[in-house]
Design a protein around this ligand. Sequence first.
Ligand code: 5RP
Length: 218
Amino acid sequence: MNQDELKALVGQAALAHVVPGSIVGVGTGSTVNKFIDALAAIKGQIAGAVSSSEQSTERLRAHGIPVFDANTVERLPVYVDGADEIDHRGHMIKGGGAALTREKMVADLADRFICIADASKLVRTLGAFPLPVEIIASASAQVTRRFAALGGQATLRPGVITDNGHPLLDVRGLAITDPLAMETEVNQWPGVVSVGIFARHKASVCLLGTADGVRTMQ
Ligand code: 5RP
């Protein structure tokens, strides 16, 4: 199976975690696109979705799935999203698709985070994938200096402005051995909107697409 087929496999498998009659939290990315396409087949069995990006909203609506504003929803039973990296404890790097802030907001509404990913995303230690950080533009130099002090090289992602109107830094060279501590630290830096470490909102379950089928990690 190629990577695209593995993504389709886990997108389909995530349907088993959707609670009938509920509103589903929906992430962003090529793997989530497969989930949205699978969700369309059971759209009559759900109330709708809360989306983490304009891109996912557009795809959900194109399938005729109602999309609710996050402000109108108090709790979601599940949030389904991909990852750029996931470790064996469910900590993730996210934000490759620039949607990290809203992804974290929707994940925060959810009782369970169902991560869907192909097996290439599973790592021992987070950090080989450049860490996305959404920032206020005028803080970029200071945040870059703070990462340098931790051994990371931050660069602005060229040509990218998030759905919230902010630029993104990608930080290379970090070995994130304590994801919760680093998330907590970076979150406190003035000018950081959000950091793409998902340790406080780690995956409850990861459906990993492998050559042998879907492997469930929890
Ligand atoms: C978007 C994300 C995505 O979940 C992450 O980039 C994985 O994307 P893909 O499924 O396309 O590999 O965090 O901000």
